[in-house]
Every structure is written in structure tokens, then in C-alpha cells.
Design a protein around this ligand. Structure first.
Ligand code: ADP
Ligand code: MG
Length: 166
């Protein structure tokens, strides 16, 4: 549990491919800005990406945001799941279509693993739709044990994405 007033940096991955994904992600960014004991420092552009894993679903809109927060990782996750729930997220199948997905990518340099939360996010280093927006707002970021974002993006060369909007 975080002590009151101690601030942490958390990178949040956002994704949506249902019910006006651009609006879903924009609204979620606004909701991140209003999380308790937190503020939104910066957010990437919006990207459009082809689905990974389960291919028969619409393209995704993705972004990454950096927040400063006094919430503990577990409290932050709880708040993010609440926002997903408010966007009528239904969990039907893994990697399936969703109105909103919010993942904690990084929380300071914390390495953590329990039944509900793994940090850093265990699949972020394999996903161009995370690495590209992250590199826009944190170009010098390195993922411990994996390398620089540029190196990792090269390994995702087959994954399609483009900037969605200016
Ligand atoms: P995914 O994001 O991989 O498509 P879900 O959004 O359905 O999957 O998340 C399933 C569960 O993953 C969440 O209920 C949460 O407890 C767990 N989880 C583990 N680590 C993280 C993390 N770093 N960020 C968000 N959720 C996580
Ligand atoms: Mg998720």
C-alpha cells in the first residue's frame, strides 16, 4: 500500500475496438485524469492497429498515458477495472473485442506478480500497439530484461498499426 502523498509514475495502455473506439479511448483518458490522488501527465496520439491473436474482429484504437499517482498498484488496478466496467466492458474471451481495455504497463520500476496483477505487464514487450505509443511519450524507456523500445519494435515488424488522428 502506498503511503499518502508519495507519488508514483504509471504508464497505462488503452485499447478499444467496439462502440466508437476513438470516443471510448478519449473518454477513458479524461477519466484517467480524474482518478483519485492522481493526475494525467501526458498521453500519446491515438493509433489504429490490426487485432493480434484473435483476428476476426475490428481494428483497435490504442494509446498510452502517463499518470502520476499516490494509488498503490492494486488500488490503481481496481480503479481501472471500474472504468472498464463503466464502459460496459464484457469479458467473453481472451483477446476478444472490447469497448475498453486498460492495462497497467509499468509502475515505477516495480516488478510484481500475484494472481491479479503482473508488473511490468507480461505481454507489453511483444505488442507494437503498446510499444509505438509508449515510444512517443517515453522514447528512452528500456524494458528490464527485454531491451530498448526500438529493438523491441523491430521484433514486432509484422504487426500493423498507423497513427489514427493528429
Ligand atoms: P488482457 O488485457 O490481457 O486482454 P483482461 O483485460 O481481460 O486481459 O485482463 C484480465 C486480468 O488481467 C485483469 O482482471 C487483471 O486482474 C489481470 N492483470 C494482470 N496484470 C495486469 C496488468 N499489469 N494490468 C491490467 N490487468 C492485469
Ligand atoms: Mg486488460
Amino acid at each position: 500500500m502506498s503511503q499518502q502523498g508519495i507519488k508514483h509514475q504509471a504508464y497505462i495502455g488503452l485499447g478499444s475496438n467496439l462502440e466508437d473506439p476513438v470516443a471510448q479511448v478519449r473518454q477513458a483518458l479524461d477519466e484517467l485524469a480524474h482518478l483519485p490522488s492522481s493526475h494525467l501527465l501526458t498521453a500519446s496520439s491515438l493509433y489504429r492497429s490490426a487485432p493480434v491473436g484473435k483476428l476476426d474482429q475490428p481494428d483497435f484504437i490504442n494509446a498510452v498515458a502517463l499518470i502520476i499517482t499516490a494509488l498503490s498498484p492494486r488500488d490503481l488496478l481496481r480503479s481501472l477495472l471500474e472504468i472498464e466496467h463503466n464502459h460496459r466492458r464484457v469479458r467473453e474471451c481472451r483477446n476478444g473485442a472490447r469497448t475498453l481495455d486498460l492495462d497497467i504497463l509499468l509502475y515505477d520500476d516495480l516488478q510484481y506478480n500475484d494472481a491479479h496483477l503482473t508488473l511490468p505487464h507480461p505481454r507489453m514487450h511483444q505488442r507494437a500497439f503498446v510499444l509505438q505509443p509508449l515510444s512517443e511519450i517515453a522514447p528512452d524507456c528500456r524494458l528490464a530484461g527485454h531491451g530498448t523500445l526500438a529493438e523491441l519494435l523491430k521484433e514486432c515488424a509484422g504487426q500493423q498499426f498507423e497513427r489514427a488522428l493528429e
